[in-house]
Design a binder for this molecule. Sequence first.
Ligand SMILES: [Zn+2]
Length: 273
Amino acid sequence: MYPISSFSNHQYSQSPPYYRGFAPYDSSDINRTPSRSEQNETVKTLGLAALLQVVASALQKGSSYLSKKLSAGMEFTTPQNVVKVARDMIHSNNLNITAAFIDQSNKNQFIARYGLNKELDTVAKGLNAFYVDKLKLAVAPKSKPSLILHELGHAANTKNVFTKLLQKSRRYAGYAPMALLIANGMFSNKNDGKKSFIERNAGILGFCAFLPTIIEEGLASFKGIKAAKKVLGNASNLKVLKKNYALALGTYILAGIGLGVASKQTVILDGKV
Ligand SMILES: [Zn+2]
């Protein structure tokens, strides 16, 4: 950690590295010149942070590429068949919800009832679909009806304690970088010169915070595909549906990696900038 050769005698006597861990309030710690190895460490940290920034923007590009492919993708069957599968999902999961296809002609009617102006506008444009458990509302674009089966999968997930818990974890996942930063401040001994467990593993820990969301997303799609197979069998092109849902899951996996990157950045930059 501290190669002796990198210390001049002067620096070494002023701030013995082995001593700092035992003397957090030692006055020599205040306003002293950073040692060369500490400077190297800072340069390394900033280099890593810059690299992570490049990764973060690549992830964003990858995600918008997948979203574009998804919105340009074909439908796996006719809208009438999608309605048949949707009815079966609602019935067999005993769902007491409103499910609707949104376009420009009916969006205002839904906005008047539920609010969600921006969200419903995005759906009307064919760019998103969603399920809101509090409102018991599942919507998909009229131009992309098959997305409703995934949203009904989310609704079905609320019927099981475990999958409901996975779904609820989503709202906390975004706090991972901040939570890791706070935990790192509480549990690590910054004066012992060693990287803490959290500093070393912030990336994977941040990703893990998003993992329940990825699993729940995958399960929602799986339920949609299963219902389509049951109701339509070979009358539909399930390969297309699976491909579309894989693209959607891809965006969530990239978002999880993104959260890992953001967590790592937050923790390593703590106190460095
Ligand atoms: Zn989803």
